[in-house]
Design a protein around this ligand. Sequence first.
Ligand SMILES: *Cc1c(COP(=O)(O)O)cnc(C)c1O
Length: 391
Amino acid sequence: MQTKSTLTHLECGKCGAIYPADQLMNLCTACNRPLLARYDLARAAQTLTRAALAGRAETLWRYEEVLPVQRREAMIQLGEGWTPLIHAQRLGEAIGCPDTWIKDESVNSTGSFKARGLCMGVSRAYELGAKELAIPSAGNAAGAMSAYAAAVALPAYVYMPRDVPSLFQVECRVLGAQVTLIDGLINDCGARVREGVLAHGWFDMSTLKEPYRVEGKKTMGYEVAEQMGWELPDVIIYPTGGGTGMVGMWKAFDEMEQMGLIGSKRPRMVTVQAEHCAPIVRAFNEGTEHAALWEGARTVADGLRVPVAVGDFLVLRAIRESGGTAVAVSDAAMLADALEIGRHTGIFPAPEGAACLAAQRMLLEQGWIRPDERVVLFNTGTGLKYAHLWA
Ligand SMILES: *Cc1c(COP(=O)(O)O)cnc(C)c1O
């Protein structure tokens, strides 16, 4: 049976080249940059209405018109999306910004928002006939890919830096993936995946190197809008590694406006990175279009240990077009602010999620965020996989 998807084609985010969407694709073959999925939004708007949404499944699949999967049998479902958006009032009052909210992505399957991207990426790869999947990952993405691949019996090859906490590795093994540990960072893992692609015909699931993980992650933008009564907040603070979430949410807002679900108001998009791995922050401050490789990247926030990103220009574009900013915070600040989130909200955040609070404090102090503004922080994953950091 067909889904309500209105997918029409793929378009390069850099050079605008157009590709058909009915075959497995990685980067733009003309310029090696990310491809983005395009939809017939006029048609989508006929059925993706506020009223229709009210009765739909409480997963990210509720937005099926603007998702790429064509056949219901290919929709892999493990409980992804439609996560709580919680008014963190006591936390907000403690830091002098009472209208502070947390989108709690820790309750996704496999404990992070990576489930959204990999749910979509793996479903679509499966639908288009991929036989084996491979991914370089600093942690959560590998677990999520392993889970969705296992659900449809696709072999999964995972490349991780050797120093990633052992829980992340264990998770992948339990989920049936073949895990290889690399002495290096995620970009070194990416190089090993590319070797496997050439040698064995694996499909490369690296973030933004296939077009559909970003489609899964964009549903965070749809959910924030819907959960806030179709009125976007003033500021969104997002812990940025590869940047798929930033790019996805920015795309979602555009699509929603074209479908008449929201108006032209946009949140100011804030990227948070770790002080010793902040390529996007540096590029933002220097006013460049791309972000150079960050040498010697290190942080306890594994999801932020991404020294170079193929979608850098799309992240920087979202920050700049939104009137946003980019800030770096220390590991010590993340660890301390995780405790603040924990005791004021009942959420055990990943250090990446806690980085959002550290950034919010900085921006409040600088007057960049005003005390009466509505701010959404993304807790992108559960702190449980990183529990050793506070033990
Ligand atoms: C991957 C990851 C990030 C970074 O997400 P991107 O969308 O790739 O920038 C942030 N937090 C956690 C917990 C992650 O696993």
